[in-house]
Write a protein that binds this ligand. Sequence first.
Ligand code: AQP
Length: 336
Amino acid sequence: MRIFSGIQPTGQKHLGNYIGAIVQYVEGQQRAADAGDVAIFCVVDLHAMTVPWEPDEMRARVYDTAAILLAAGLDPDRCIFIRQSDVHEHTELAWHLGAVTAHGDLNRMHQFKEKSARQRDLVSADLFFYPVLMAADVLAYRANEVPVGDDQRQHVELMRDVAQRFNDRFGEQLVVPELKIPSVGARIMDLQDPTSKMSTTGGSVEGTVYVLDDAKTVEKKFKRAVTDSEDPPRIARDPSKPGVSNLIDILAAARGITPEQVEESLADARGYGDLKIATADAVNALLEPVRERYSALRADEDALEAIFAAGAEKARAITSETLRDVRAATGVGPRT
Ligand code: AQP
């Protein structure tokens, strides 16, 4: 059971990233080790180049993200923790995979459509090619499972198709991985616009809870969360109640219980205020230990670089084998 997932170093990580992905990483690191295999987690700096970025800030954002992941519980002795650009096989494999990826499939990607529509200047070829590099990230490790939030479903489906097409053409070289999305919290919504997902680039600051927000800010954001005007207020998950449903999901994920248990526990609540306060408290309890550990980890950039260097070495032991096989199968490079 080999697990791979990547996370972008763009901006600050938010509660959607935390519940949708990071919680799964920490659980996956243990599960892979228990199965005698390994989980690989990657800060994907090359993916961050697909939208406008500041070169002076890129490294700092990578360190921010790395420190959050380590503070959340990733342990470089129990998983492989890397920076994407340190392992060149990712980009080489992307080129091989591009040869079996249909241009029309990339054109259908929701994320490309949304992000290209938002670009004011250049819509880069890298933004279009993003799903191929993401496929290479995973397939280079022959990973079995990809833990992600619901917004990445389409990219993982494409990755599976690409792996299958590569194997059909060149023989069984790659593993077709399975998507793994959490049963609760796969799509955390913006607190101010609960019909849109909580997002780094698309949302509002008031509607986005950042992992590093202090406790008071988190409480304020939840108190101002948009709900609905049903009278009397009803704390239940319902498609017509996106704001309330989102708070129930967040509370369930933060406490590690089911949404039904949340509904039961708040059956006697006087109104949405009780739900908002309970959710803010649970989120603060979840994030407080991460915030506490973060500062010391972030302060030591040399230590973070050393962790990346050690991770890249372990990663290359796997990816160099995959690329050796892929090059042999595609007929590229010297005789083996
Ligand atoms: N709202 C969300 N709910 C649940 N999971 C989510 N993820 C992202 N948003 C939500 C999951 O977080 C992981 C990392 O995502 P990323 O690398 O795309 O990081 P990001 O750019 O910070 O995330 P955003 O907010 O999705 O950025 P935008 O919208 O600007 O591209 C992934 O597993 C993702 O599914």
